[in-house]
Design a protein around this ligand. Structure first.
Ligand code: GLU
Length: 551
């Protein structure tokens, strides 16, 4: 038997399959021309980062808009960093954004014919490929201890050469198969390294689907591909996975650009065609005048949960992220009066390459618009769901009287230019609290401050007269009544009258309306007062008018 063959058998006796077997097991997909296969491949190390949501959304969009397949692959080979349960959290949160995989890992079981989709369950696949690379002399066991690697690093520092395990510094690269076999038989611990044929004096070129041609130093490092725990490193795992899963476009963060030559080196060594790479820009933040990446340690908005907890509609965050992804989105959205992400034609080529600054105002703009345009029933369900998870008190009120809450949400809503009070669901209850009698009573107890200069008698007389206001009539009929009350009590009944001679009146038309607003709402600001009065109903309005009187 060839000595490399013997080495391969000695290292992986349990592996009986070959790469050819795997090729048969995972045949090419039968998809129409142009259909893209993409994947989102997070590590379950905590929470869904806003940048990861961005990546997942792009990956999903590229697949969906081309009639392809979007996969979810769990990259859990770094067992030290894995956080129990975060796989489920990632999937749950993505589903809130409508990003549900066609194929992939699901906590309740894989879906799809190209799995397993959880890397820790693919050890035999990686080993099958490695076994073959060993036979071909393109991978080898490395017996260096951490101390040996340290010594190499120091020697490189002294000689002022690039750090890394390459060329003459790759200590075990040139051991003979006999020496390797001997060490293994002696029980020396090992990892497996890739045997690179690259040369760092040369360049590797590739065409990035977003950035165009990129030229980088060629890889000549013999990177670790299989760790001592029997699991692969990212570099190797993604090459194998994206090959056998038939990924056509790898959408991943730009931090992976520098290691792309390593990945291309491996694709070459295996004789496989590499998929396209699309390196997405990072989302940035302005910090004391400097642009930096959104950081999970420093920025609350780096976690997607921040937006969900505050009650931003998921679609608003998606629309916002799309406006970062393709700068022509906003123009399109205005021209088409639409925020429909399915109707917008996304293009990787039109993506900006500089990291976009996270702009909360922009998000707020989209969010206001989307909440305002949301059909009432949809908004109601979303608000209820939000309250259920984040605001017990509001939820109890919704459950107690859903129709009442619907009416509140519907104020100035179903019309051409709806009111845009709310940026997020979390804004609703604080602004709507006064609708609930017990909350109003708290305000009334604290007392109201009417406009300066208005005599107590005038205020109380107006409030008393308001009690006769008509309900169930058109707004202008009701308003005529308010004017009349104003007229009886010394207010101007038109803006023109007031302008001509303000000294002749105790106040203007808006001042009389403000007396009523303050008395009923407890604030000088509110949406349409007539709608509010109709929602509160006669009985409650009369009760409030009495309570609002000055003592
Ligand atoms: N697990 C890698 C990460 O979280 C995935 C990168 C990729 O998409 O290939 O960054």
């Amino acid at each position: 038997m060839d000595r490399n063959e013997e080495l391969a058998e000695l290292l992986f006796p349990e592996i009986t399959k070959t790469i050819d077997d795997l090729e048969k097991e995972y045949p090419a997909r039968n998809l129409p021309e142009g259909a893209q296969v993409t994947r989102f491949a997070p590590s379950p190390t905590g929470f869904l980062h806003t940048g990861s949501l961005f990546t997942a959304m792009i990956s999903y969009t590229v697949a969906k808009q081309s009639g392809g397949v979007y996969m979810f692959r769990l990259e859990d080979t770094d067992t030290k960093r894995t956080i129990e349960g975060s796989d489920r959290d990632l999937i749950d949160q993505l589903s809130k954004f409508g990003i549900v995989a066609d194929e992939g890992y699901f906590p309740e079981g894989d879906k799809g014919a190209y799995g397993p989709y959880r890397q820790s369950k693919r050890a035999d696949i990686y080993k099958t490929v490695i076994k073959e690379l060993i036979r071909r002399g393109r991978a080898y066991p490395d017996f260096c201890t951490p101390e040996d690697l340290d010594a190499i690093r120091k020697a490189q520092e002294e000689s002022k050469v690039l750090p890394g395990y390459y060329g003459i510094y790759a200590r075990d690269r040139n051991l003979t198969a006999e020496e390797r076999i001997e060490k293994i038989k002696a029980g020396t611990p090992w990892v497996i390294r890739f045997y690179s044929n690259g040369d760092h004096e040369r360049k590797t070129k590739f065409v990035d689907a977003i950035r165009g041609e990129i030229e980088l130093q060629d890889n000549d490092t013999d990177v670790v591909i299989l760790k001592s725990d029997g699991l692969p490193t990212y570099h190797f795992a993604h090459v194998v996975d994206d090959h056998f899963m038939h990924t056509t476009v790898i959408t991943r963060g730009e931090e992976w650009i520098p290691s792309t030559p390593i990945h291309l080196d491996m694709f070459r060594a295996l004789g496989w065609k590499a998929p396209k790479y699309a390196h997405l820009p990072s989302i940035m933040k302005l910090d004391h005048g400097n642009k930096r990446k959104l950081s999970k340690r420093k920025d609350a908005e780096a976690a997607v949960s921040y937006f969900l907890d505050a009650g931003y509609p998921p679609v608003a965050l998606k629309v916002y992220l799309m406006s970062i992804a393709n700068s022509n989105f906003e123009e399109w959205s205005i021209a088409n009066k639409s925020f429909d992400l399915n109707a917008f034609k996304f293009s990787l080529k039109k993506m900006s390459v500089d990291g976009a600054l996270f702009d909360l105002d922009k998000l707020h703009y989209f969010s206001r618009e989307l909440i305002a345009r949301m059909p009432l029933d949809e908004e109601f369900e979303a608000v209820k769901e939000y309250a259920k998870n984040h605001d017990e008190e509001f939820f109890a009120r919704i459950e107690a009287n859903p129709e009442y809450v619907k009416k509140i949400l519907n104020i100035e809503k179903e019309r051409k230019n709806p009111r845009k009070d709310y940026v997020k669901y979390g804004d609703i209850y604080p602004l709507a609290k006064f609708f609930f009698a017990d909350e109003y009573d708290k305000l009334a107890k604290a007392g109201f401050t009417y406009k300066e200069g208005l005599a107590k008698e005038t205020v109380n007389a107006c409030l008393e007269e308001f009690k006769a206001m008509p309900f169930g009539v058109e707004e202008n009929v009701w308003f005529d009544f308010i004017k009349t009350v104003g007229g009886h009590n010394g207010f101007a009944v038109s803006n023109k009258d007031y302008k001509e001679n303000p000294a002749a009146y105790v106040g203007s038309l808006s001042d009389i309306a403000e007396v009523l607003r303050l008395a009923v709402v407890g604030s000088t600001q509110s949406p349409n007062l007539h709608e509010i009065l109709e929602i509160l109903g006669k009985e409650e309005v009369l009760r409030r008018l009495e309570l609002a009187k000055l003592a």
